[in-house]
Design a protein. Structure first.
Length: 131
């Protein structure tokens, strides 16, 4: 998926090039964008950036972001309007859960979650019964 490829690429590039990135979920505009941080200044990659993965990514019209949840040390989940995921030069990725659904099927929610500090991504359906 786009999100898996992007996180993998950002993490690898952050480590190899000693860079810091932010993966930003803009819930109001249904968009995912990537920003690079340099000397405390952040800049988003443009729509025409040569590396397609780094360009802003619109969520398909028939999808809707249900929630983007950050997991903190207290295991508390929060849901702001814009969520920023840090990918730093040590390979750390802010733990998060991204929930989405098709517009016509609000009862079926899918989730993409990071596992572990290195940001391994796993997709699951949280509405499914655990066995």
């Amino acid at each position: 998926s786009y999100l898996t490829r992007t996180l993998r690429q950002l993490r690898n590039d952050a480590i190899l090039q000693n860079r810091t990135y932010w993966l930003v979920f803009d819930l109001q505009n249904q968009q995912i964008r990537i920003e690079e941080e340099d000397s405390g200044e952040r800049e988003a990659f443009a729509d025409d950036h040569p590396e397609r993965t780094l360009r802003p990514h619109l969520i398909p019209e028939d999808w809707e972001i249900a929630a983007v949840l950050l997991t903190h040390e207290e295991r508390e989940l929060i849901q702001p309007e814009e969520v920023e995921i840090l990918v730093d030069n040590s390979g750390f990725v802010t733990p998060f859960r991204y929930q989405f659904r098709e517009s016509g099927q609000p009862e079926e929610t899918w989730e993409i979650a990071t596992k572990g500090l290195l940001g391994r991504v796993e997709m699951l359906n949280p509405d499914a019964e655990d066995s």
